[in-house]
Design a protein around this ligand. Sequence first.
Ligand SMILES: [Zn+2]
Length: 465
Amino acid sequence: MINVDLIIKNIMIVTVNDQRELINNGFVAIKDKKFVAIGKTEDLEAEYIADKIIDGEGKALFPGFISLHSHLFQNALKGLGRDKSLFDWLDSSVRKAYGFINYDLILAAATAGCLENLNTGATTVLDYQYCHAHELGLDDAVVEAFKRTGIRGILGRGHTKVVNYPGLPPCPIDETEDMFFADVDRLMNDLKDNDLISLALAPGIIWDLSTEGFKKCAEYSRKYNMPVTMHTLESIDDDIFSLEKYGMTTMEFLETTGVLSERFIGVHCVQMNESDFNIFKKYNISVCHCPVSNMILGSGFAPVPRMIAEGLNVGLGADGSASSDTQNMLEHLKAASLVHKANMVDPKVMSAETVIEMATINGAKALGMADKTGSIEIGKLADCFIFSPNTLSSCPVADPIAAIVYSSEPDNIETVIVGGEIVKENNVLTSYSKEEAIKDLAKRAKDLREEVSLIETKWGQVSTL
Ligand SMILES: [Zn+2]
């Protein structure tokens, strides 16, 4: 008998491996954070022993979802600046609050955001943390939230120039590009031995770095094999700015800086023209699709079915909860399918299988982590969740692949495992108290709203809860 740490048996396994194998009455053995055996229960059960054995009879095992784009600090700004277009929304929520966001608020917001991700099956999240205007070291709050909740985290070290805009509250810190790269160096050193948390570069948008800044991002990305992620073509403003300043489109300009590669993740990519498609294909750039954010802000329809048909790698992101209002990955999976079926008047353009690929293996590929996570395969990290069919939303489940995309709720995600560690078991989050996280975030967000006067409704003053 081979001793392992955890066994899950009698379960249907949706592997999302290269052959997209489904294993009925499946068995997985997990040891030292990784899958060490995968197969049929009848073939493997006699060979392995563990202190902890989960009987998954009547349930299904999926690879953990990867949320490829979030701004976890925005959990404190949920529901604000609603029913506005991108820049009006930014001015009335994020930018207005920007200079008041401190370490404790980010820690509370990111903790709740990580728990919401875990609670809905996301075992990895890329947090694009661009809030650095109130005090130094705010990214450490996100790192602390990753650690306390046990989620696999990629800290996207962001950089923006949104501080001190006319008409908005002044910010104490106006970060320079030198400060940005110095902090990237510091974080690389801090995280060098951490196998749960890694680093990405996250310039905010085309106007947030100089040409030299983008060249330096290219150099860091190459040297340290680090993803670079950026809001790209979310609106036509990117190209308007780029054409005026550089006499080239956004993607043409980025190409001249050397920053484009298979490590580049373009977020949103709603306004893609023919030349953009060619550049994305030339450099094997990944796309992060954020359908709920695109719908809430009225940004338009990213041409995701065409991207997939032409071989681009497309992952899925929740975006910040100020513009998507939820980190619930199940909502983002469902939206990713429905929005394109309706837009293209064709139910075949975005199947449940395609959406699950986006939310798992494609996200891992975008992060350069496809050898580590994104599917259930021997040698990969044991990042996965057990789907239980027993909820009012999904019952009866004819097909768990369809159910997870179209009719699930958080209670369907019964058990969640990150790197072999159970972080949700039998519908209870175990790594950090959900109640504590909600209480802390609610209080700090309420204080922020009152301090910055963030509440507006068409019907007058609402009672703040
Ligand atoms: Zn974003």
